[in-house]
Design a protein around this ligand. Structure first.
Ligand code: NAD
Length: 499
């Protein structure tokens, strides 16, 4: 009998009553691993109402108590790091090293959340007028919702619920239906760390379940990470319903290669950033802009990429794994065909890639195009596969202009040995995460993570440090304490000035 993935609702681990179940398959061989339910309307309703009533007591649990629980959580995540990574590798296809990285980047957020007391400190000014003090206090919002993508099933849920809950909120997580087991382990450990079971609810599903949450009166805030089209829908619907929304969306990340860069370091960085996780990273490199003489490095890049051999994660020599599903493989191979048809030169073709013993896997080999132009569909679309497009620019100014004209602004990078070029790039580029001789500049949680233009929708650029601001509300109190009654004949203050 196939394993059925449970949900965590109203403090219990339940088997859904839904009659809609999806198969979750191993992307390396299509073996059905387990089934995930599309939660019923009532199940989603129960999750939200349980989270709402849990908030009434959870918000008053002292901050240090909440912080200690998250500290314990961080310890449990570390102890179970490899076990989580194994499940993650099996359901996503990531290599074991990459799966461990996915878990580790999430653990860092739990670590950061343990410092919640100092992040929730307010401000105080004594004597703003005679005998009057003003101070701000920071309070949680209520029920928050998280909707997460398939490509980081540990890190991205961990961006959200530990911080939201430690701030005093309760949380409903709707993880990706494509790899639902990893987030269930994360939730299990969360309860084991001492968090009451009803402060975090996990429901499974897709569009319908998400829409129910977006339209629910008792949901205060929505965090989303995923593709642009879905993110735009979530942002528009959530804000139409007057909710607080942050939506991290898609990307088209460019890496600029200056001719003065260290050649071997640059090529090494590009190859990993373009093909790591089979190119299924929002911060992966999809376009390299070769400036001036750097164009002559194309063949070296081709030779380096050619060496990469994707395989099943249990094969220790695997450079990267398969794409998440068959549709993704068909889509990526279709885009490669469009690239050829539109006139780009295909230096390496990853279509119809054969992995012995895994002939049914969703593997795409490393793919390299050159002579790509901005009107081609391989440039316009986020490919989300191990496909790198090479472009050429005469000057750094031209490269910067190309990147700033692109509708996405998630990540970018420059490889150069010139401090002046790096400084100019950092100053003029209109992108959220910038790397200098670093191909994937994902910051740590004590910084903020954000995207520009179509890569982020929301008014609170949030993850890590800023996430506390997203998940809380500030209340400013102005206070005076009286020792005596008002004297006879005293005229009332009719202005807004403090007296
Ligand atoms: P996706 O948009 O298909 O799915 C994300 C979530 O939305 C899932 O939980 C899914 O069930 C739900 N969903 C899907 N269709 C929906 C619909 N029509 N209405 C409501 N909800 C819906 O994204 P994905 O394929 O899982 O993830 C890959 C995408 O995520 C890429 O575009 C990638 O760039 C992006 N991403 C962005 C970041 C970032 O920080 N900006 C990080 C990781 C991934």
């Amino acid at each position: 009998m196939l394993e059925k993935i449970n949900m965590f609702i109203d403090g219990k681990s339940i088997v859904s009553q839904s009659n809609q179940w999806l198969n979750v398959t191993n992307p390396a061989n299509q073996e059905v691993l387990y089934q995930v339910p599309m939660a019923t309307h009532n199940e989603v309703e129960t999750a939200v109402s349980s989270a709402k009533s849990a908030f009434e007591t959870w918000k008053d649990v002292p901050v240090p108590v909440r912080a200690r629980m998250v500290l314990k959580y961080q310890q449990l995540l570390k102890e179970n790091h490899d076990t989580i990574a194994e499940v993650l590798a099996e359901e996503t296809g990531k290599t074991f090293e990459d799966a461990k990285g996915d878990v580790w980047r999430g653990i860092e957020v739990a670590e950061h959340a343990a410092g919640i007391a100092s992040m929730m400190m307010g401000e105080y000014v004594e004597n703003v007028a005679n005998g009057i003090d003003t101070y701000s206090i920071i309070q949680p919002l209520g029920v928050c919702v998280g909707i997460t993508p398939f490509n980081f099933p540990a890190m991205i849920p961990l961006w959200m619920f530990p911080l939201a809950v430690v701030c005093g909120n309760t949380f409903v997580l709707k993880p990706s239906e494509q790899d639902p087991k990893t987030p269930m382990i994360l939730a299990d450990l969360f309860y084991e760390a001492g968090f009451p079971r009803d402060v975090l609810q996990v429901v499974h599903g897709g569009k319908d379940q998400v829409n129910q949450l977006l339209n629910h009166d008792d949901v205060q805030a929505i965090s989303f990470v995923g593709s642009v089209g879905v993110g735009e829908h979530i942002y528009k619907t959530g804000t139409d319903n007057l909710k607080r929304v942050q939506a991290f969306t898609g990307a088209k990340n460019h890496l600029v290669v200056m001719p003065d860069a260290n050649k071997s370091q640059t090529i090494n960085g590009i190859v990993g950033a373009a093909c790591g996780a089979a190119g299924q990273r929002c911060m992966g490199i999809s376009v390299c802009v070769m400036v001036g003489e750097a164009k002559s490095w194309e063949n070296d890049l081709k030779l380096a990429m050619q060496k990469l051999k994707p395989n099943y994660w249990k094969n220790k020599d695997s450079a990267y794994g398969p794409l998440i599903n068959k549709q993704a493989k068909t889509r990526v191979e279709g885009l490669i065909t469009e690239g050829v048809e539109s006139g780009a030169s295909l230096l390496l073709d990853g279509r119809n890639y054969h992995v012995e013993g895994f002939e049914n896997g969703n593997f795409v080999g490393p793919t390299l195009f050159t002579d790509v132009t901005t009107d081609m569909s391989i440039y316009e679309n986020e490919i989300f596969g191990p496909v790198l497009c090479l472009m050429h620019a005469e000057t750094l100014e031209d490269a910067i202009k190309m990147i700033n004209d692109n509708p996405y602004g998630n990540g970018t990078s420059i490889f150069t040995n010139s401090g002046a070029a790096a400084r100019k790039f950092q100053h003029e580029i209109k992108v959220g995460q910038v790397g200098v001789n670093i191909p994937i500049p994902v910051p740590l949680p004590f910084f903020s993570f954000t995207g520009w233009r179509k890569s982020f929708y929301g008014d609170q650029h949030a993850y890590g440090k800023q996430a506390v601001k997203f998940y809380t509300e500030t209340k400013t109190v102005t206070s005076r304490w009286f020792e005596s009654d008002i004297p006879e004949g005293h005229s009332p203050n009719l202005s807004i000035n403090l007296r």
